[in-house]
Design a protein around this ligand. Structure first.
Ligand code: CTP
Ligand code: MG
Length: 228
């Protein structure tokens, strides 16, 4: 059995949420968003260690109000993130001690399940890189800069990608260092390995695996907790 680590990202600003505090610390049914995320990975038998990436100035708060308060003893390190998500990921990857597969997960996706975590590791071991997601429910359009529809891709070919995204550790670290040196901007980690010719296996996530992003997601989260 290989060793598996997870980097959990909580270093964003949560600007679309429009609250005074970072969205990972907002409360859903009595617990902070990040509590649910950490609980899921702590309970997974496949995860050996957790690295949490926090925003500058939020280290003590995260430690005291989440990690120590709820005794998340699998958390091996807490590191400060960077300006963009990809900077935070690189900081987290560097803090990983030694593992075969690393998962990268948004702290703001608290409704992750055990089977999605297990499958991430399984597919990363088989294919080197894997990400979960769902088929879009809507028809997706590509639009031009004037706001008019350009084309409509076949829905069967489209996939809404979520996290966790899982990789062989050496591969993702190497590719992240390269995009940093090459000054390339990405919005997720699948793009980082794709950039250097690697394929990413896409597997089924869940419609419940939402990223808490805007205020209505807090209410949606309460509803999801009822059915999980
Ligand atoms: N993230 C991070 N470091 C950054 C930016 C984002 O660790 N510099 C994390 C966020 O904390 C979040 C995840 O990446 O868990 C996904 O990003 P997103 O949903 O965009 O969160 P924010 O950037 O915080 O939100 P917004 O874009 O609305 O400001
Ligand atoms: Mg963001």
């Amino acid at each position: 059995m290989g060793k598996n680590s997870v980097v959990i990202l909580a270093a964003g600003k949560g600007s679309r949420m429009g609250e005074a505090i970072n969205k990972q610390y907002l409360n859903i049914n009595g617990y902070p968003v990040l509590y649910y995320t950490l609980k899921a990975f702590s309970q997974s038998n496949d995860i050996d260690e957790i690295i949490v990436v926090v925003a500058e100035g939020e280290m003590d708060y995260c430690k005291e109000e989440v990690i120590e308060k709820y005794n998340f003893s699998k958390v091996k390190d807490i590191v400060v993130g960077g300006k963009e998500r990809q900077n935070s990921v690189l900081n987290g990857l560097i803090a990983v001690s030694n593992c075969d597969v690393v998962l990268i997960h948004d702290g703001a996706r608290p409704f992750i399940t055990d089977s999605i975590i297990t499958n991430a590791i399984l597919y990363a071991n088989s294919y080197g890189a894997a990400a979960c997601g769902v088929m879009p429910k809507d028809t997706i359009k590509i639009k031009d800069s004037e706001g008019f529809s350009l084309e409509t891709p076949e829905r069967e070919t489209l996939f809404c990608v979520q996290t966790p995204q899982a990789f062989k550790y050496d591969l993702i670290l190497d590719c992240h260092k390269k995009i940093h040196e090459d000054g390339i901007r990405v919005t997720d980690d699948t793009m980082v390995v794709e950039r250097y010719g690697n394929k990413v296996y896409l597997y089924e996530g869940s419609y419940n695996n939402i990223k808490v992003t805007t205020p209505e997601d807090l209410e949606l989260g309460r509803q999801i907790l009822k059915i999980l």
